[in-house]
Ligand binder design. Sequence first.
Ligand SMILES: N[C@@H](CCC(=O)N[C@@H](CS)C(=O)NCC(=O)O)C(=O)O
Length: 210
Amino acid sequence: MMELFYSPGACSMASHIAIEEIGAPYEPRPTLIAKNEQKSEAYLKINPRGKVPALRVDGTVITENVAILNYLAKRFPEKKMMLTDPLGEARCLSTMAWFSNTVHPSFTHIARPERFAEDPAAQASVKETGRKTFYANCQEIDAMLKGQQWLMGSQFTVCDGYALVFYVWGARVELPMKELKAYSEFKDRMMQRPAVRKILEREQNVLLNY
Ligand SMILES: N[C@@H](CCC(=O)N[C@@H](CS)C(=O)NCC(=O)O)C(=O)O
């Protein structure tokens, strides 16, 4: 049995959506960042970095969305959650790596400026710069989605749930996400998928009232 450790509204939603879309049995293990549960003694035994998501598979723990999403797509190839030709697979990995190493950290500047500067005045500046950088990244996602149904084209993949995370975050910090037309239409399509809706409801996501 697989177990997914996640926190509502966190980047773990990417893995949460993927595992639900796949439809394989798993145990959802809420690990609430709001209550600092990701730093609890019990959870640090699962992921010593104190971060979600983590996926435990028969006693082995996988961390990092990119690795979890790649694992899920490969373990359940019949669900076609990733492009499988070498170029297509590289495109999926490239997009997920960019999400993880660039888009996510740009949001961290908004949500956790104290991690980048000690001085409160400098933190305000980090936050402001983060808003610009993060929104520019969202505009890039919007451009990637222009004229296509899903990020990789006509095939829904594990990249799509990951892209939804950043739409949610932008909405949460009141960036003008609705001005991003292709991204907003993509968000609407995502919300029509029963698995996505189920996860949004389980996580009590802001998109349900957006
Ligand atoms: N690159 C990692 C990032 C994981 C990460 O930073 N998770 C955040 C939630 S979005 C977290 O657990 N933060 C808790 C903390 O830093 O204390 C991934 O994609 O899995």
